[in-house]
Structures are given as structure tokens and as C-alpha cells.
Design a protein around this ligand. Structure first.
Ligand SMILES: [Zn+2]
Ligand SMILES: [Zn+2]
Length: 267
């Protein structure tokens, strides 16, 4: 089984297109790429229903869309028997766990991805850059601290691009992944192997092989994702993702259905 569980429902120009017609090009692209099932995971900060969670200008500027059409588009495709799942990529907001849970509760999610894109007004993968403002060592420390908290929150089924902090190619020296792997394992959350990093300055998959191996040792389940913002990116570089998973010792991938998970043989 091959799943691509991280993509954004857009038209071919990466513009928001939360409608039923936009689902099919992703399904067709998945089929062509040999992907068995896809999951849509639009950013939570686009949706007005979640508006009270967002404080970063990057988020609030984009928070102008209704969540219902997005949910309906994916659910209708799911009900028509297309191999699609309903997800959301949710920025973890420390201290707002109960509110996040309550705001997300009304919708029929298959799974929720937890992401750390911002830390105290600084961006992990944008401007102003966390790594520039606090230095690489502290940026890594703070990023993984936030990720551990996101894991422990119990809000999420899987953690997106787990070592996103390396995106620009800066890395902390001799970083020890055992602590974050312990936290993730204790929290019972899955981690995503993402091919998006191959298209970023760092030019690597997320996560680092050492982090994935540490997760494997502790029995942490995995998903795979491309983070596509257009259909042509669905399933991209998944041979590389599979190779990384196999070398870490993984033989199964996680499939989510209405927030229940099961393991399927890795395709
Ligand atoms: Zn992300
Ligand atoms: Zn994403």
C-alpha cells in the first residue's frame, strides 16, 4: 500500500480550490503515480471557523475561507468511492489545546496532521526566520520542544515534516534525536516521511534517517506525504521515501479512517 497523506486542495496554479472538481485531478495524478490512496490536508489557518486560534499575520491574512466547502468536497469524493481521505494540517498552538480540540470536533476527519511552522512570532520555514533570529542551536532546541508538546497534546494523528527546522540547510551539531523520539513514542502519534524537503534548500527527505531510525526502534508508526500544492506533485519522489523507510526497518505504513489507524504492508 502506498499512501500520500499530505496535500493541499488547489487548482493547477496552487490557488485555493475547495470544490469537488478540484479533487479529481489529484486522484488521477495519484493513480498515474502508483499511489493507492491520498489524503487532503489543507492548512487550518485558511478557515474562518478556526480563526480564534491564529495570531501570526501569515495566518490571519489567509484566514478568509469557509471550512464547509472543503470538508464537503472531500467527503463527497470519499462517498463516491474515490480513494481519498479527509484531513487537515493544523498548526499547533501551545496552550490552546482544548479550544483546538473543540473547534475541530464537528468535522468527520480521517486524520489530523500536527505542524510546527511558527514559534513565538518567528517562522520555522518562512520569514522572519527562527534560525536567523535565535541561532541554529536554539532554533533546533525550541523547534523540537514545540514538536514534542504537539505530540503530547493528543490533538494529532501524525506529525508533518518532523524535522522541518532543517529546511534552509542549517543544522545543529550532533543533534540527539532520542529525546524527541521518546516523546513521540510515548504520545502514540505517527510521524510523516515527507518528500517535500527534497524540493527545499536542504534537499533531503523529512525526517533525517537517524530520527526515523529512532522512531522505528520505539515502534512509532509512519505515513508518507508529498505536501503537494498541485496535482503534478502527488507521489513525487516516493521511491526515495520507500527507500528511507526500508533502510530504517519499516515494513508497514499507516492507513487512517475516521481517526482509527491500521497498518498495511509498505508498497
Ligand atoms: Zn507544513
Ligand atoms: Zn502542507
Amino acid at each position: 500500500m502506498i499512501v500520500d497523506y499530505h496535500m493541499h486542495l488547489r487548482n493547477g496554479r496552487e490557488e485555493i480550490a475547495h470544490d469537488t472538481w478540484s479533487v479529481e485531478p489529484f486522484v488521477d495524478a495519484a493513480r498515474a503515480a502508483g499511489v493507492d490512496e491520498i489524503g487532503f490536508t489543507e492548512h487550518g489557518y485558511y478557515f474562518t471557523q478556526l480563526r480564534t486560534l491564529w495570531s501570526e499575520p501569515y495566518q490571519t491574512e489567509r484566514c478568509v475561507y469557509d471550512l464547509e466547502p472543503y470538508v464537503d468536497a472531500v467527503v463527497q469524493a470519499r462517498e463516491r468511492g474515490l480513494p481519498v481521505k479527509l484531513g487537515l494540517e493544523v498548526d499547533y498552538v501551545p496552550g490552546r489545546e482544548d479550544e483546538t480540540r473543540a473547534l475541530l470536533a464537528p468535522y468527520p476527519w480521517d486524520y489530523l496532521l500536527g505542524s510546527v511552522h511558527f514559534i513565538d512570532g518567528l517562522a520555522v520555514d518562512g520569514e522572519p526566520r527562527l534560525v536567523d533570529e535565535v541561532g541554529v542551536e536554539r532554533a533546533w532546541g525550541r523547534y523540537f520542544e514545540a514538536l514534542a508538546r504537539a505530540a503530547r497534546s493528543g490533538l494529532f494523528d501524525s506529525l508533518s515534516h518532523p524535522d522541518l527546522v532543517k529546511i534552509f540547510g542549517d543544522r545543529a551539531e550532533a543533534f540527539d534525536y532520542s529525546e524527541i523520539a521518546d516523546e513521540v513514542a510515548a504520545a502514540g502519534v505517527a510521524v510523516e516521511v515527507s518528500t517535500a524537503g527534497l524540493r527545499k534548500p536542504v534537499g533531503e527527505l523529512y525526517p533525517h534517517p537517524d530520527l526515523l531510525a529512532a522512531c522505528r526502534e520505539r515502534g512509532v508508526p509512519v505515513t508518507t506525504g508529498s505536501d503537494a500544492h498541485s496535482p503534478d506533485v502527488v507521489g513525487r519522489d516516493f521511491d526515495r521515501a520507500r527507500e528511507l523507510l526500508r533502510s530504517a526497518g519499516y515494513e508497514t505504513v499507516t492507513v487512517f479512517e475516521r481517526r482509527q489507524r491500521r497498518q498495511e504492508p509498505l508498497g
